[in-house]
Write a protein that binds this ligand. Structure first.
Ligand code: ADP
Length: 505
């Protein structure tokens, strides 16, 4: 083909024969299939070579075949109904349908048809059709429809937001949750569905983050038109055009109401178990404590009897005669009171309060508290705590619970089978720059290899009446405070349970 300058272009052609030649040449080279059909049964009079690529037929094979024989059975009826529009109204007509390829499979075609009439008689001479493969478009349409259905049926709240932060579309779940079923929301700012804190977070972090990286995620609280609060995990996405400009934002918000309620319940449940475990520990210690309380009470009775004896038959009595027994009575009564207070504190149900605590004092209190259990088991509990120990961060009752569990376990493990008395050592040492380590070491049998991996499992116990909760709870209490709790066997025999605590700022 000879090359033409634009001035000699197609539109300038006056020569019919030349124009027809060029049209035929374009048809031959086009990737779209150009075909001509008889008006009655749409028989192929001509098909351009693209037919081979589109449908697998050679040109000679398809010429003479009726298009009706190749339509998908489901599309034939539709086509018959529409054909008159093409035939009689002279209109250009576009149609998407399935057409059978030579190998028997159907492909989607999009065709534009128009009638060619005899200029003299106005009779329809033939129908000219341009067809192209529409498989990709149909697949994309289907995928889009499927996505739209998913979007509408998901339980997550999906919101499309314009660049000025007004809402452009909400899915069904969002309309329902935000109580917008009856409302035209198109001019609403998305901030209207967020609490004040949520608005701050989205404008301060969310939108700038999404503009920068395309994506932002955070936990916020949304609120519906009627004021119901909905805690959500919110994903904010910025959608860009091919040129890179942000066109709009989308929000996918996952409702956390049930998760939050479950977390709250779990927290409550854990607190109940912690409390129950303290009651059990106290129950286990009850007989020893009763003994401990009995001692000061009988001592007081003795002191008071002594005073009574001195008074009997004496009109006047000097202070020096009763000074000692009275002072001792007061001291022992105070000691009994302290024991009772500690028991009450320990078994009381209360929210943890994190404060700065003095470890040496806490440890000696607990060792004293375990005195009677230690005596009964013939165990000596000693502490090796440097005087310059920094304050640690924790809740007093929780730390007492951990120490009590470890000391009582150590005493029980050390229970002398031979007559030699055993020692339990409670030591404190620096662990790292910002943590302190507390260890409780005993001279018992240590922990067998098999037990070592299960020690901290809930309900693992080798004791006849053990609950198996002490170590599991102690570990979770220590971990909640940012520390760790672990067990090792000592080379000289016996076990060592250590935990770390954060030093208070
Ligand atoms: P419980 O004391 O009710 O059995 P714990 O969770 O406190 O529950 O302890 C679980 C198990 O860990 C104990 O039954 C015991 O087998 C083992 N154990 C705990 N402390 C020691 C220790 N100091 N020496 C040897 N074994 C121990």
């Amino acid at each position: 083909m000879k090359t033409r300058t634009p001035e000699e272009g197609f539109s300038a052609l006056t020569d019919d024969a030349e124009r027809n030649r060029l049209l035929a040449e374009m048809a031959e080279e086009s990737t779209d299939m150009i075909s001509r059909h008889t008006p009655e049964d749409w028989r192929f009079i001509y098909a351009s070579p693209a037919v081979t690529h589109l449908l697998g037929y050679r040109v000679e094979e398809i010429v003479g075949m009726s298009a009706y024989d190749l339509y998908h059975p489901d599309d034939v009826e539709d086509f018959r109904l529409r054909a008159p529009t093409v035939t009689y109204d002279r209109g250009l007509y576009t149609h998407t349908y399935r057409f059978r390829c030579k190998d028997g499979h159907y492909t989607w075609l999009e065709s534009t048809s128009r009638t060619i009439r005899d200029p003299e008689t106005n009779e329809i001479r033939e129908i000219l059709v341009v067809s192209r493969d529409a498989t990709h478009r149909i697949k994309a349409d289907k995928a889009n429809r499927r996505l739209a259905r998913v979007l509408e049926s998901t339980q997550d709240l999906v919101i499309f937001v314009n660049l000025d932060h007004t809402v452009s579309h909400l899915n069904e779940a969002a309309r329902r949750a935000l109580r917008l079923e009856q409302t035209d929301y198109s001019s609403f700012d998305v901030a209207r569905f967020l609490t004040e804190r949520g608005q701050e977070l989205l404008s301060g972090e969310g939108f700038p983050g999404a503009r920068k990286t395309g994506h932002w995620r955070g936990e916020v609280t949304m609120c519906s038109l009627d004021g119901t609060r909905i805690p959500v995990l919110l994903e904010l996405l910025a959608h860009r055009s091919l040129h890179g400009d942000i066109e709009y934002f989308s929000i996918v918000a996952h409702d956390l109401t049930e998760k939050k309620a479950a977390e709250e319940q779990l927290k409550q449940y854990r607190a109940d178990i912690d409390h129950a475990s303290r009651l059990v520990t106290m129950g286990e210690l009850a007989s020893s404590l009763a003994h401990e309380l009995n001692q000061p009470l009988s001592a007081m009775v003795n002191y008071l009897r002594g005073i009574e004896r001195r008074f009997a038959g004496h009109e006047s009595i000097a202070w020096r005669d009763v000074d000692v027994p009275i002072t001792r009575s007061i001291r022992t009564a105070l000691r009994a009171g302290e024991i009772i207070h500690r028991m009450m504190d320990f078994t009381r149900k209360q929210e943890p309060v994190i404060t700065s605590l003095e470890l040496p004092e806490l440890i000696s209190d607990m060792i004293e508290f375990c005195d009677s259990v230690a005596d009964r088991n013939q165990v000596r509990v000693i502490q090796e705590v440097p005087s310059e120990t920094p304050l640690v961060k924790g809740d007093r009752i929780q730390l007492e619970q951990v120490l009590l569990n470890l000391i009582v376990n150590a005493i029980e493990a050390s229970e002398s089978t031979d007559e030699s008395p055993k020692t339990v050592r409670v030591t404190v040492a620096p662990h790292s720059e910002d943590q302190i380590r507390v260890s409780v070491e005993d001279q018992g049998p240590g922990v067998s290899e098999a037990d070592m991996s299960q020690l901290f499992d809930r309900f693992f116990s080798t004791k006849q009446s053990g609950l198996g909760m002490g170590l599991a709870i102690s570990r979770s209490l220590v971990e909640n405070l940012g520390g760790e709790l672990w067990a090792t066997n000592l080379p000289e025999g016996g076990a060592s349970f250590s935990f770390t605590l954060n030093i208070a700022d």
